[in-house]
Design a protein around this ligand. Structure first.
Ligand SMILES: C[S@@+](CC[C@H](N)C(=O)[O-])C[C@H]1O[C@@H](n2cnc3c(N)ncnc32)[C@H](O)[C@@H]1O
Length: 218
């Protein structure tokens, strides 16, 4: 059991579920980059970990020079690793890694509204459905109309939690572009488009509460 979120990332080395999830997330990031019109592309990643999903995609992507991204992550070791990757890719002028609280709207100022919002490993770490609805509502501050939203939701105890996420998204201002289950069949990865308006000012200073713990991460 990982004792912190830094150790949790080691599971990427051994867990097919996480490896397959990463592959699908990267596929969706690449799809979104390809689909966006020419010009600059803004990306934000909420609770970004070490940024391997976005940075791994940009490594070989033809639109890498169009991307301006802000990744927000609380764990300083993960941020350090992410920043080292950014340096090694030569993207330091375009990509910033904030070591801060991703639940606070202040940490996105001047980086939003975004064309792509990455919310991976977050929905399963919200205490209840009301919190998911709150975060989805607050995406109106982070997202341009038409923005791509990339998300993940693990299943546990045989409960297909991603079904519920898809239902909630479809019932609010989001249109499904793609959805896949990992081959392990216990992790859903979704790509949606935000159909609502952008709110230039956040409704709330705190966009959601992240209550998960690494030893029970879903
Ligand atoms: C399940 S991991 C997902 C990491 C990454 N998005 C991925 O998919 O590989 C959740 C991440 O959220 C981070 N986290 C937890 N609470 C946070 C907060 N309030 N602000 C920013 N990051 C937070 C953890 O440190 C951890 O890296």
């Amino acid at each position: 059991m990982p004792k912190d979120w830094y150790e949790w990332h080691d599971l990427y080395n051994t867990e097919p579920k996480l490896q397959q999830r990463l592959e699908i997330v990267q596929e969706y990031i690449a799809y979104s980059l390809n689909a966006l019109p020419s010009g600059s592309i803004r990306v934000v990643s909420i609770c970004a970990g070490d940024g391997r999903d976005l940075l791994g995609t940009l490594k070989n992507h033809p639109r890498r020079n169009d991307v301006y991204a802000r990744l927000v992550e609380l764990n300083p070791q993960l941020v350090e690793r992410g920043r080292a990757t950014i340096e090694s890719l030569g993207l330091a002028k375009q990509i910033e890694f904030i070591n801060g609280d991703a639940t606070l709207s202040a940490n996105y100022l001047e980086a939003v509204p975004a064309d792509i919002v990455i919310v991976c490993g977050v929905f399963g770490n919200l205490a209840e459905e009301a919190e998911l609805n709150r975060l989805l509502d607050n995406l109106s501050f982070l997202s341009k109309p038409g923005a791509f939203i990339i998300w993940t939701r693990g299943h546990s105890n045989g409960i297909p939690y991603s079904d519920n996420v898809r239902k909630i998204l479809s019932a609010s201002s989001f249109e499904e572009v793609n959805f896949k289950l990992t081959d392990t069949a216990n992790m859903g990865v979704g790509l949606h488009r935000y159909l609502g308006e952008n709110l230039p000012k956040p409704k709330e200073q705190q966009l959601f509460v992240f209550s998960g713990i690494p030893s029970k991460a879903r």
